[in-house]
Write a protein that binds this ligand. Structure first.
Ligand code: SF4
Length: 455
């Protein structure tokens, strides 16, 4: 698609990019995220303590029981990247001794601390009073908190979540996590915050979580429609924001997901496609499932490469990193500690390869996708290891084409637009050829063969 800038005579002044199109839910989401940064910035002034914790396996409802403000380092890194601030932070961290291969979320976080800990919205973020590490499958989480503990000092809580190596949650795994929550996490949070634990408050928050989770699943599953009213990767990044960060369990999250579902269901009933930064998406030509986190430094350009070609992502594994809800899990107010444990155990980062492969194959089938695209992240060892194996196995099982692109999370040095565009173009060609071949095979199939017996 040519842009007005290319059509203008060279003497004409350059037109600024068109303002990003936003729906009401998007404005509310932005306001919530910004407000959380302000709450963090002013927490100590109003006598509140701060907890830092990771997105996968976060115990947000529990932290709220102690009145703690919540800071999520990966979210800080990606928000800085979207504001084009992460490049310098990463280089500062490298100058401070961290290798090029270290996860760039970590380096962006360390660089932010080196630069005075000014948060993405420009307000300085105070030192957290407690680091709550819920260890859900990524070894980097542990080294990351070890590093920031050296910078910040203060209390650190390690919640060890056993990896789902056998692809299931055994009762002793759940009991082990519950025991740690009772014996270690809660007493430490009581000591740091000075607030006594109230399990009824936890139940109350969990009832709110459940309502929000129901609506999030409805929104994500709306992509089964044709056309899909949402983009389940680029658009979903906004949808998962509140529930994956500091808002799960808060009534305002319930309100946000009510509003979002209303907007999305309306779009589905009107047979409209997703809203992109450039407005309504045109005709839906390709339906993809994506594995791997997005690139944040060039997020809008990256998304544009898809919607300009009529490609919509109908499901992504990334939209499940902060909780896998579409296979039925809900926080349960009747079993609050057990369900917190099950939530941590069931995080996408804590699933083994056969589980991830089965999930992707199911998405391809249920969302009637044309294939799988993997965005392999240079510095994310946790997600990147084994991705080629995933790709081959998914292709083998589904018979749908898969493709591989590479970028990085928050390091602008590793986003090659030309490379990615070329690979995407070849991939879309491949899908077209597969479709044509499928149609030809279908046309030559004798009509008497029942579909159910054809493999
Ligand atoms: S999962 Fe990847 S991006 Fe997240 S902390 Fe681990 S290595 Fe970094």
């Amino acid at each position: 698609m040519s842009t007005p800038i290319q059509m203008m005579p060279s003497s004409a002044p350059k037109k600024p990019p068109a303002p990003v199109q936003k729906e009401d839910s998007m404005l509310l989401q932005k306001e919530m995220i910004n407000r959380n940064y302000h709450e963090l910035a002013t927490a100590h002034d109003v006598g509140r303590k701060i907890a830092a914790t990771f997105v996968p396996g976060n115990l947000n409802e529990l932290l709220m029981c102690f009145g703690l403000a919540r800071s999520l380092p990966e979210t800080n890194a990606l928000q800085n990247a979207m504001r084009k601030r992460s490049g310098k932070m990463i280089m500062d961290a490298e100058r401070d001794g961290h290798s090029e291969d270290v996860c760039t979320y970590v380096k962006a976080d360390l660089g932010m601390i080196l630069e005075g800990n000014v948060g993405p919205t420009g307000e300085p973020l105070p030192t957290p009073d407690v680091l709550l590490l819920s260890y859900t499958g990524c070894f980097t989480f542990m080294k990351w908190f070890e590093l920031i503990r050296q910078k910040y000092g203060g209390e650190t809580i390690m919640l060890h979540v056993p990896y789902q190596g056998d692809g299931k949650i055994a009762p002793n795994m759940r009991d082990y996590v519950v025991k740690q929550i009772k014996d270690n996490v809660i007493p430490t949070l009581e000591r740091v915050s000075g607030v006594k634990f109230d399990i009824d408050k936890l139940r109350e928050y969990m009832r709110e979580s459940q309502k929000a989770e129901e609506n999030l699943v409805r929104v994500l599953q709306s992509a089964k429609n044709r056309p899909s009213p949402i983009d389940g990767y680029f658009g979903a990044v906004y949808y998962i924001g509140p529930i994956f960060t500091a808002f799960r369990g808060a009534p305002e999250a319930t309100k946000y997901y009510d509003m979002l579902w209303e907007e999305v269901s309306q779009r589905a009933s009107e047979k409209k496609g997703p809203v992109t930064p450039d407005g309504e998406m045109g005709e839906e030509k390709y339906r993809l499932v994506v594995e791997g986190p997005p690139n944040w430094t060039n997020f809008r350009d990256f998304w544009k490469m898809f919607y300009d070609e009529g490609a919509v992502v109908v499901a992504s594994t990334y939209a499940k990193v902060g909780g896998v809800y579409d296979f039925g899990f809900r926080h349960d107010a009747d079993r609050p500690l057990e369900s917190l444990a099950e939530y941590c155990l069931g995080c996408y980062t804590n699933l083994n390869f056969p589980q991830r492969i089965a999930m992707i194959c199911k998405y391809i089938e249920e969302y009637d996708a044309d294939g799988l695209l993997i965005n392999s992240i240079k510095s994310c060892n946790s997600f990147s290891a084994g991705q080629l194996l995933i790709l081959r196995e998914v292709e083998r099982r589904t018979g749908k084409p898969a493709a591989f692109i590479e970028s990085d999370l928050v390091d602008p040095r590793y986003f090659s637009a030309a490379n990615i565009r070329n690979r995407l173009e070849s991939y879309f060609q491949m899908i077209k050829q597969k479709r044509a071949a499928g149609l030809a095979a279908h046309a030559s199939t004798p009509a008497v063969i029942p579909i159910a017996t054809a493999h």
